[in-house]
Design a protein around this ligand. Structure first.
Ligand code: NDP
Length: 275
């Protein structure tokens, strides 16, 4: 058998990542000869780590917390969606040796919300918590679904306001503090902070979720995250974590690398059955 093509996910921390398992399942399903591992790369080592990965024969990388904005700076060229989001979760070696940066997070989230969970985005009031790399990737694809309102709240308020201004080309987006969301209600609240990774929760008002509203945490784990629990205890019709998004964004990355789109439903079901 030929040597497998090498792929990896870089992040810090990375031991929680299910990406290696997902890509190995994709490879098995589509009969692709690849290897995929997870590497703990702190931001200060990221530039050198990318160089050494690709110069030693690596074909593609996923980048996760807190590296997506750095990955955007390091790519030689960018897809349109990566250009807009200024965050990259997928790097792909091109035929001419250059590195293409892309962002599949938004597509993954929208597919999981709308196809896997039948959540309606058009005409709904959406609140995104957090203004980091993940938020950057999901804003434009959510706006394409024509919500009634999109608000971004962040601990560092300036970052939320900047995102609202930066993305004004895709529609009217408000950036604000958590305090300013207090007297509002939303049909969908998306947690794109990394607070769940440490079991924390942003400060959320008790009446923030509209009746029949849904909660979605981009983070995922074997147990419900703090935000998924918050949704359940605040009357959410659905309170979901980001496992489905993870599989959907990974499928798009796999397609960019291999030209084959894996079937995601079976893999999501399998991973859910293992929790
Ligand atoms: P970043 O490090 O770029 O951004 C982190 C964000 O979280 C910032 O807005 C930060 O606020 C906020 N934050 C961190 N801790 C807290 C806290 N205790 N209270 C309130 N806000 C906090 O991370 P990413 O954007 O790349 O990732 C965010 C999350 O999304 C992670 O959990 C990641 O695992 C998940 N994710 C999941 C995906 C999936 O496929 N399911 C895909 C992409 C991401 P501040 O600006 O004030 O520091």
């Amino acid at each position: 058998m030929n040597t497998p093509d090498h792929y990896a996910v870089f992040g810090h921390p990375i031991n929680h990542s299910k990406s290696p398992r997902i890509h190995r399942l994709f490879a098995e399903q589509t009969q692709q000869n690849i290897s995929y591992d997870a590497q703990d790369i702190p931001p200060e080592s990221f530039k050198n780590a990318i160089k050494s990965f690709f110069s030693s024969g690596g074909k593609g990388l996923n980048c996760t917390v807190p590296l997506k904005e750095l990955a955007w700076q390091q790519a030689d060229s960018l897809s349109e969606r990566a250009q807009l989001s200024k965050a990259v979760n997928t790097l792909a070696l091109q035929g001419n040796g250059s590195i293409l940066g892309d962002n599949t997070d938004g597509l993954g989230l929208v597919a999981d919300l709308t196809i896997n969970h039948s959540i309606t985005l058009s005409n709904s009031r959406i609140l995104i918590l957090g203004a980091g790399g993940a938020s950057r990737g999901i804003i434009a694809p959510l706006m394409e679904k024509l919500p009634k309102e999109l608000v971004i709240a962040n601990r560092t308020v300036d970052k939320a306001i900047t995102l609202g201004i930066e993305f004004s080309q895709v529609g009217d987006i408000t950036g604000c503090s958590y305090e300013e969301t207090k007297n509002k209600q939303f049909d969908l609240i998306i947690n794109a902070t990394s607070a769940s990774l440490t079991g924390d929760l942003p400060p959320l008002a008790d009446n923030l979720l509209a009746p029949n509203g849904c909660c979605y945490d981009l983070a995922y784990g074997n147990l419900p995250t703090a935000f998924v629990k918050w949704g359940l205890s605040h009357g959410a019709e659905k309170s979901l974590d980001g496992l489905g998004m993870l599989v959907e964004q990974a499928a798009e990355a796999f397609y960019i690398w291999r030209g084959i789109r894996p079937e995601t439903r079976k893999i999501i079901d399998l991973l859910n059955s293992e929790r």
